[in-house]
Design a protein around this ligand. Structure first.
Ligand SMILES: C=C1C[C@]23C[C@@]1(O)CC[C@H]2[C@@]12CCC[C@@](C)(C(=O)O1)[C@H]2[C@@H]3C(=O)O
Ligand SMILES: O=C(O)CCC(=O)C(=O)O
Ligand SMILES: [Fe+2]
Length: 348
């Protein structure tokens, strides 16, 4: 079994098994009370809602640093095109993810996440903070999913592992490139270069089964992602992601094309930017007839790294630091206990 340092960050904050095990979506005919939210103030995703003007950034644009910095500042989310990753990789991961989620519940629970772990099958970590459960099941991978894949498909696990490992390698390279652009924007003088950090990542396969009552269910409840950034792939015909936009409320984000990737700022980048880049609140709606699968890659500094707001030495006198120094491990531990209240706990 691969143990990762991310695992260590959550060790002291175990969840109860009751909060980790998703219900058996395959046998369910109507939304049980445990999953019934007050009316979601929105139309289901199959309706024709508009895409807001989330910036679309071409990675080969000569002004990419400026464009990305501006997008992080004003939106906390953007889409990237021309990232160089061929469509076939997304299709492969999606089809392996669907293969996993289509397994009978008795099989999937064989690889359920441990109560103090990160990898494996289960609900979202934020589950205990809400009085209702989400219409969602996930599978989290850090590096190799070999042990879990062998458990699920004793004679046919190789394809799943190859596809997931290959995708993480591609995502790591892209994440590193995005971080480089972002850090260049924050500190053009390179006082803190990307080389100041060791990075790690986690791949989350998200499944949102068809839901008999999408007006009263939520795929993922409102949250911010914790690490530096998240790269999300959602298929073109099944949108569901919404962001909370000041003055506009919940707004849907549909991909501009099948190979566009959504990138959002996470909490650690919010802290690093001294609050200049917002870690955007988002949630996921579900659909009555479409089983949606999304692929989220979370990327951030290794858990022992210290995150402190970056202000360049020229600005140092005039800029008020908003957050104290915090290690990634301490931050994730605090968030596991207090969710969004964590910001007030590290604010200076
Ligand atoms: C690296 C991670 C980010 C994540 C917690 C995790 O250890 C693995 C699962 C991730 C996820 C996916 C769904 C939403 C989210 C908020 C959650 O509950 O689990 C994120 C976590 C996060 O960004 O904090
Ligand atoms: O499925 C989506 O569109 C979003 C997933 C997400 O927010 C997450 O995995 O953190
Ligand atoms: Fe998220």
């Amino acid at each position: 079994m691969t143990t990762s340092t991310l695992e260590e960050a959550y060790k002291e904050n175990p969840l109860s098994l009751q909060h980790i095990l998703p219900i058996d979506f395959q046998s369910i005919q109507e939304v049980p009370n445990s999953h019934l939210w007050p009316k979601i103030n929105n139309v289901p995703t199959s309706h024709n809602d508009k895409n807001p003007n989330v910036p679309i950034i071409d990675l080969i644009d000569p002004n990419v640093v400026e464009l990305m910095g501006h997008a992080c500042k004003t939106w906390g989310i953007f889409q990237v095109v021309n990232h160089g990753i061929s469509l076939k990789y997304f299709d492969e991961v999606e089809s392996q993810a669907r293969r996993l989620f289509a397994l009978p519940t008795e099989q999937k629970v064989k690889v359920v996440r441990s109560t103090n772990g990160v990898t494996g099958y289960g609900t979202a970590r934020i589950t205990p903070f809400f009085s209702k459960f989400m219409w969602h099941e996930g599978f989290t991978i850090v590096d190799s999913p070999l042990d879990h894949a062998k458990e699920l498909w004793p004679n046919d696990y190789k394809k799943f592992c190859d596809v997931m490992e290959n995708y993480q390698t591609k995502m790591k390279v892209l994440s590193f490139q995005l971080c480089m652009f972002i850090l260049n924007y924050l500190q053009p003088s390179h006082e803190h270069s990307i080389n100041s950090f060791e990075f790690e990542g986690a791949l989350q396969l998200n499944s949102y089964p068809c839901c008999p009552n999408p007006y009263h269910a939520l795929g993922l409840a409102p949250h911010t992602d914790s690490l530096f950034l998240t790269i999300l792939h959602q298929t073109n015909n099944t949108k569901g992601l919404q962001i909370l936009k000041k003055d506009q409320g919940w707004t849907s984000i549909a991909p501009v094309s099948n190979d566009a990737l959504i990138v959002n700022v996470g909490d650690l980048l919010h802290i690093l930017s001294n609050g200049e880049f917002p870690s955007v609140y988002h949630r996921v709606l579900v659909d009555q007839t479409k089983h949606r699968v999304s692929l989220a890659y979370f990327f951030g500094p290794q858990v022992d790294s210290i995150i402190s707001p970056l202000v360049s030495s020229q600005d140092n006198d005039g800029v008020v630091l908003k957050y104290r120094n915090v290690t990634v491990k301490e931050y994730l531990g605090l968030k596991a206990k207090h969710l969004e209240k964590v910001f007030s706990m590290i604010r200076i």
